[in-house]
Design a protein around this ligand. Structure first.
Ligand SMILES: [Zn+2]
Ligand SMILES: [Zn+2]
Length: 354
C-alpha cells in the first residue's frame, strides 16, 4: 500500500530535525484539533492525517523505514490493524512527547545528515579540501543527552501534581491527562540547559578531504558528524552528496576523459603532429596518422581522471573533428579542384555504393 507524503502534510523538509517536526505538528494540531472545531469534518480529517504523519516522522525507526522504502513498517509488512481507519485516537498518543520526555528509554543513535556539494572539474581532478559549516547538534553536556536531571521526581508544574490538565482557555479548555507527567503528577525535572531536549543545535566547521577523481553522484561519508545521539547513543554520520559542474573542454565517462580535437583537412590527409589539451593544463603532442577520418579516437594512456584512492588513472581520448575550410581565394580553389580530379573518384564510388 502507498503512504501519503508525510513531510508535505506537516509542511517540513525531508531533512527536518526532530525538533522541527515536533514544532510543526504542535502548531498544526492546535489549529485542527477536533475539540476546537466541533462538527467540522474537514478539520477532523486533517487532524487524522497530521496524527499519522507525526506518528511516523517522530519515530526514528518508522521515519527511516518510510524514507528508505516508503513504508513506515519496513519492507514487506502490513500496517498495524486500525491504523488507517483512525478511529478513536487517544489523546495520550497526540500529546506523547510534548513535554520533551523521550518515548523510548534506551540509547538512540543520532540521525544522518546529507550535505550537497558541487565541484568544478579542477577540484574533482586534483582533489580538494572543503571547509563546510554544518548545522548539527551536540549532546547536552549538563544532562549527558538524557534531557533530565539527576534530581528526584518533583511535583509536575504543568498540572500542579494533579495529573490532569483542566480548565484554562483555548487549546487546554478540556480535561485530559497531563502530557508532561502522563498523569502521574510527578516528574524528574527537565534539564534546564537544553529544556529537556537532550541536545543543542550548533554550527560546526567540518574540514573534509575530497579524493582526486571523485565521481558525479558519489556519496562520501564523514563518520560521526551527523546529529547527536540521545541518551548516550552515538552520533549519526554526515554524507556529502557530490555533483559536478560540466566542463567546457573535457567530458568524463568513468575514469576516461574525452576531448574534441579539431584538425584541418591537410593534417588529416597527410598526417601531423598536433597538441592535445590535458587536464593538467600542459598540452601533449600526439601523432595524427595519414588518412585520419572525422570521429576517429586517439587514445593517450594514463592521462585521464585519477581513480579515487589509487595511483591509477584513466585514459585521455581525443576525438577527431575534421574542420572543413571556407575557401575564399582563387588559388586555393584551383588547387582543390586539381586535388579533386586526382582523388575524388574513390569517394564517388563509395557514395554510389559500387
Ligand atoms: Zn540537557
Ligand atoms: Zn503533570
Amino acid at each position: 500500500m502507498s503512504h501519503p507524503d508525510y513531510y508535505k502534510i506537516l509542511g517540513v523538509s525531508r531533512s527536518a530535525s526532530e525538533e522541527d517536526i515536533k514544532k510543526a505538528y504542535r502548531k498544526l494540531a492546535r489549529k485542527h484539533h477536533p475539540d476546537l472545531n466541533p462538527g467540522d469534518a474537514r478539520s477532523e480529517a486533517e487532524f487524522k492525517k497530521l496524527s499519522e504523519a507525526n506518528d511516523v516522522l517522530s519515530d526514528a525507526e518508522k521515519r527511516k523505514n518510510y524514507d528508505t522504502c516508503g513504508d513506515p513498517n519496513g519492507p514487506g509488512t502490513q500496517p498495524p490493524p486500525g491504523f488507517q481507519q483512525g478511529a478513536g485516537f487517544a489523546f495520550e498518543d497526540i500529546f506523547a512527547g510534548f513535554g520533551g520526555r523521550p518515548a523510548r528509554s534506551g540509547p538512540e543513535r543520532g540521525e544522518d545528515l546529507v550535505h550537497a556539494v558541487r565541484l568544478g572539474f579542477r577540484e574533482a581532478f586534483e582533489g580538494t579540501r572543503l571547509n563546510l559549516r554544518v548545522n548539527r547538534s551536540e549532546p547536552c553536556l549538563a544532562c549527558r543527552g538524557t534531557g533530565e536531571t539527576n534530581r528526584k521526581q518533583e511535583q509536575c508544574r504543568t498540572c500542579q501534581g494533579k495529573g490532569k490538565v483542566a480548565g484554562g482557555s483555548g487549546f487546554l479548555s478540556f480535561g485530559r491527562t497531563c502530557p508532561d507527567c502522563r498523569g502521574r503528577g510527578l516528574r524528574v525535572p527537565a534539564c534546564s540547559d537544553c529544556d529537556g531536549v537532550g541536545r543543542h543545535a550548533r554550527q560546526e566547521a567540518v574540514a573534509i578531504a575530497i579524493p582526486a577523481g571523485v565521481e558525479d553522484g558519489a556519496r562520501l561519508r564523514v563518520a560521526g558528524k551527523g546529529e547527536a545521539g540521545r541518551r548516550g547513543g552515538g552520533p549519526g554520520d554526515l554524507y556529502l552528496q557530490i555533483s559536478m559542474e560540466p566542463d567546457a573542454r573535457f567530458e568524463r565517462k568513468g575514469p576516461n576523459l574525452y576531448v574534441k580535437l579539431p584538425i584541418s583537412f591537410s593534417e588529416a590527409a597527410l598526417g601531423a603532429k598536433v597538441e592535445v589539451p590535458t587536464p593538467e593544463g600542459r598540452p601533449q603532442t600526439i601523432k595524427v596518422p595519414p588518412g585520419t577520418q572525422t570521429g576517429a579516437r586517439l587514445r593517450i594512456k594514463g592521462q585521464g581522471m585519477p581513480v579515487p584512492r589509487s595511483t591509477q588513472r584513466g585514459d585521455l581520448i581525443a576525438e577527431v573533428e575534421l574542420v572543413t575550410p571556407m575557401i575564399q581565394d582563387e588559388r586555393s580553389k584551383d588547387l582543390l579542384r586539381e586535388l579533386a580530379d586526382l582523388n575524388d573518384a574513390e569517394v564517388r564510388k563509395q557514395r554510389s555504393g559500387t
